[in-house]
Ligand binder design. Structure first.
Ligand SMILES: Cc1cc2nc3c(=O)[nH]c(=O)nc-3n(C[C@H](O)[C@H](O)[C@H](O)COP(=O)(O)OP(=O)(O)OC[C@H]3O[C@@H](n4cnc5c(N)ncnc54)[C@H](O)[C@@H]3O)c2cc1C
Ligand code: SF4
Length: 481
């Protein structure tokens, strides 16, 4: 029988004051104490159907770990989480729980749902502080070799699951640090990089070899990973990091950036600490960021922290259609971001030195729903206006990098360049090659990429068990005879 309902609202998450944090790259949310975590966990009514479990893309036993937190068994809670999730400290911070486990929580039907994400973060941080580790023993070595291309959440999850199954796993990452968007995209104030690296160290503890500065398609092709390096199977999790720019006049002016470049400079290259770190970044006084997703929100909040007097977020639809997490929008506004809704840029204007000086925009009205189901923005004639800016950052979507598809002609891709893969197994039409995460779906979420990595790992394991004794090379020889 379900427990009685107690506290009806979530136990609030402590935060740094907005006036302080807008000048700091330190983390905004400071996390639950032991007392707050146990208070929040006690809200779970232990309902019979437990819909939260099905709401989690990696199927964490949420009722069990929440019950363990309520009982003060934090080590047990960490083991429950670790059985399904390699990156709990990351997911507890950035997963959109409001659209997943918390959205379907029974308590949420009448009151606020259990704050599952905050509890996940608490357990992961407690485990890091107390040096707890996953106690599950890996399987005996299988003698099979798997290459993972890309070290974002999809690749990291596939790598961990395959290593636990006894396979020898090597990750090839193009950048100088592993982690994908977790390292280069999401800023320090939402996801501290020491936390990401701490989670990645668990992989090296499992024996996974991480080779950074290895661009697949250049250092080795996909085919060479099989033929020259002797891998038996591959997982491609290269994400969707190719920036898009709109076709309006002025996008080539100085002071105009893609969010990808702007955030990578700041996060990965630590440009916000220039000259202590080598990479510089433009510290605009009047910065406009175009877009309404998490990437736009991260860019505009970064601009504030870099000293902008005005940090505008320009979004062509209304607040209801914004894809960014509601919590991040609230935080941005508290910090002083000026959100301009129902407006889109039509032209960027430069000065005599080809530096951007202003942005011309048009107001929008909402028309009929488009393919995404959201009402499409329609320009209002004669409503043009100008904003004085010295920096413009476009966060209007990203696509697939063409390098792997151009060097692997027998790997089918969609018309947008995403790899065609079975959603249940990640299997592509090229034998031994699996794919998952943003490179298959287009830009999505950390947890959906992790789910894809997990499903592909299961399918790769089954594939490896079917391979003849000589591995991929023998199978290839057999197919070509
Ligand atoms: C700024 C920003 C904020 C976001 N905020 C959130 C959020 O709050 N919550 C959320 O759930 N999601 C968020 N997302 C989305 C989420 O981060 C992605 O959906 C997720 O990271 C996709 O994971 P992935 O493993 O598929 O790819 P990625 O994380 O993109 O990782 C791909 C990796 O592959 C590497 N790579 C690419 N090509 C090659 C190659 N040829 N050879 C070797 N390596 C290669 C890249 O360098 C990268 O490290 C955000 C995205 C961005 C950009
Ligand atoms: S759905 Fe909510 S109340 Fe039910 S078990 Fe899950 S967290 Fe507890």
């Amino acid at each position: 029988m379900a427990k009685k309902i107690g506290q009806k609202t979530k136990t609030p998450m402590p935060h740094v004051d907005p006036g302080v944090r807008r000048h700091s790259f330190g983390e905004v949310a400071t996390g639950y104490s032991v007392e707050l975590a146990r208070q929040e966990a006690a809200r779970c009514i232990e309902c019979k159907n437990m819909p939260c479990v099905a709401g989690c893309p990696v199927e964490i036993d949420i009722p069990a770990f929440v019950r363990q937190v309520a009982a003060g068994d934090f080590d047990g809670a960490f083991q429950t989480l670790s059985a399904k999730n390699l990156l709990p400290a990351v997911c507890g911070r950035v997963c959109p729980q409001e659209d997943q486990c918390e959205k379907v929580c029974t308590l949420g039907v009448r009151f606020e749902p259990v704050a599952i994400g905050r509890l996940e973060r608490f357990v992961a941080d407690y485990a890091a502080l107390m040096h707890l580790s996953d106690t599950a023993a890996p399987a005996a070595p299988s003698g099979r070799k798997v290459a993972i291309v890309g070290s974002g959440p999809a690749g990291l999850t596939a790598a961990a699951d395959l290593a636990k199954l006894g396979h020898s796993v090597t990750i090839f990452e193009a950048l100088h640090k592993a982690g994908g968007v977790l390292m280069y995209g999401i800023p320090e104030f939402r996801l501290p990089k020491t936390i990401v690296q701490g989670e990645i160290e668990k992989l090296t503890g499992l024996g996974v070899d991480i080779k950074t500065n290895h661009v697949i398609g250049r250092t080795f092709t996909i085919d060479e990973l099989f033929s020259e390096l002797g891998f038996d199977a591959l997982f491609i999790g290269t994400g969707a990091g190719l920036p898009h720019f709109p076709s309006i006049p002025g996008v080539n002016l100085i002071g105009v950036f893609s969010a990808n470049e702007y955030l990578t400079r700041s996060n990965l290259m630590k440009a916000y600490r220039f000259p202590e770190h080598d990479t510089p970044i433009v510290r605009g006084k009047n910065v406009a960021v175009i877009g309404g997703g998490n990437t736009a929100m991260d860019s505009v909040r970064t601009a504030l922290r870099l000293g902008a007097e005005h940090a505008y977020l320009i979004y062509r639809r209304s607040r209801d259609e914004m894809p960014a997490r509601a919590e991040e929008v609230e935080h941005a506004e508290e910090e002083g971001v000026e959100i301009v809704l129902l407006a889109a840029p039509t032209e960027l204007l430069g000065n005599e030195k080809s530096r951007v000086r202003a942005m011309r925009c048009v107001r929008m009205a909402l028309g009929e729903p488009d393919q995404s189901g959201r009402r499409s923005p329609v320009p209002i004639a004669g409503s043009e206006f100008e904003i004085a800016v010295d920096t413009v950052v476009f966060a209007v979507g990203q696509g697939a990098n063409p390098l792997i598809r151009s060097t692997t002609p027998d790997l089918p891709v969609t018309k947008w360049g995403y790899i065609v893969a079975d959603p249940e197994t990640g299997a592509t039409q090229k034998p031994g090659v699996f794919a998952g995460g943003d490179i298959v779906t287009g830009g999505a979420t950390v947890i959906s990429a992790m789910g894809a990595g997990r499903r592909a790992a299961r399918a790769i394991d089954a594939y490896l068990h079917r391979l003849p004794a000589g591995g991929h090379a023998a199978a290839d020889a057999f197919i070509s005879t």
